[in-house]
Design a protein around this ligand. Structure first.
Ligand SMILES: Nc1ncnc2c1ncn2[C@@H]1O[C@H](COP(=O)(O)OP(=O)(O)OP(=O)(O)O)[C@@H](O)[C@H]1O
Length: 333
């Protein structure tokens, strides 16, 4: 699959996609004792680009982020941030990269503002604390101790802590977990602004809509491997459109027509037979049209009607579930 989607990048305000990649991961492997948690993962992230790493529980996403952060030395393969090995957080990487991780690094007994002041004092060229509090909508909570914040407010303070140092690379590990829909949308706006300002972002999330809204490119991991990678449009195009209908009573399954570029599956629902044609052949824009036209021509010739006729493009959830089911590679061929 291709790895660029200019349209998505421009829509999301990220015109920097031709720049040299900030993050380069090549055939990364990570072992915990005998267990290989990451099995040869490769990707790049350019300035102003957001790469979403999706995957099943235990797929190896956090391990990958921890490696990029410099907490883990690769078992083999390489990770490079600005051309440097991040292991041990060398100068030149440490000041330019930051993270919003699972498991907050906040001091519970200090106030919101005190936490940010501590972080600010470690940064070379920090943002103003009030500016960041405004950005994450916590200005009215500045005097509260962290333990008095709700879960979603803590996640916003985590984000504020990462933003204060003006990172050029940002790792967001499930950044909106526990947020209400409004706070989530507000976080997406902040993340889109960061992209537009040229920050290279690696996002992991279990909210597929979050990846659809934010990602220029995405990958789906399962058991340590990337199974699907590309722009959202690439990923969905590879999975095909579905045309479904209730099989007419007078039609036997064996009599259903062949449709070029499509495979047919029949299942029983509510004591009726339903046919689903998954159309992967032909042009992405018109393949569903040709399949429907062929099926309608067949039905008309037989003097029958395709009841409950539906046309549906693949969703990211369909693709994710196929990956989790272990059949993704088969389908993507
Ligand atoms: N310190 C460790 N020691 C041994 N195994 C570990 C360790 N950390 C993670 N693992 C294992 O490595 C695998 C990958 O874990 P990781 O946390 O990277 O997954 P993840 O994709 O972030 O999962 P989730 O979506 O559930 O957060 C899991 O099977 C996990 O049990």
């Amino acid at each position: 699959m291709t790895t660029q989607n200019t349209a998505t990048a421009v829509e999301n305000g990220a015109p920097h996609t031709t720049a040299e990649p900030t993050v380069v991961v090549r055939d990364l492997r990570q072992r915990y004792g005998d267990f290989e948690a990451v099995k040869g993962v490769s990707f790049e992230i350019r300035p102003g680009e957001l790469f979403a790493l999706l995957g099943t529980n235990g797929a190896g996403k956090t391990t990958t982020i921890e490696t990029l952060e410099g907490f883990r030395k690769p078992s083999s393969g390489t990770a490079r941030i600005f051309g440097q090995d991040p292991f041990g957080q060398p100068a030149g990487v440490r000041e330019r990269a930051d993270a919003v991780l699972q498991g907050s690094g906040l001091m519970d007994d200090l106030s919101v503002e005190e936490n940010l002041v501590l972080t600010r004092d470690l940064a070379a060229d920090p943002r103003d604390v009030d500016e960041v509090l405004e950005l994450v909508d916590l200005i009215e909570k500045r005097g509260l101790r962290v333990r008095q914040l709700s879960g979603g407010q803590k996640r916003r303070l985590d984000l504020a802590s990462a933003l204060i140092s003006r990172p050029e690379v940002l790792y967001l590990d499930e950044p909106t977990t526990g947020m209400d829909p409004e706070a989530r949308h507000e976080t997406w706006r902040i993340v889109n602004d960061l992209k537009a300002s040229g920050v290279a972002i690696l996002l992991t999330t279990h909210y597929l809509e979050e990846a659809e809204r934010l990602a220029d490119r995405l990958a789906i991991m399962h058991r340590g491997e990337i199974h699907v990678e590309g722009t959202l449009a690439d990923v969905l195009a590879g999975w095909g459109d579905r045309v479904g209908f209730q099989v007419p009573d007078e039609v036997r399954t064996a009599d259903l027509p062949e449709v070029e570029g499509a495979r047919c599956e029949v299942e029983t629902r509510d004591q009726a037979l339903w046919a689903t044609y998954t159309v992967t052949g032909g042009g992405v824009a018109d393949r569903a049209h040709h399949a429907v036209a062929a099926l309608l021509a067949w039905a008309t010739a037989r003097g029958t009607v395709l009841r409950h006729l539906q046309v549906r493009g693949a969703s990211l959830e369909d693709v994710f579930l196929q990956v989790a089911d272990g059949t993704a590679d088969l389908l993507a061929e």
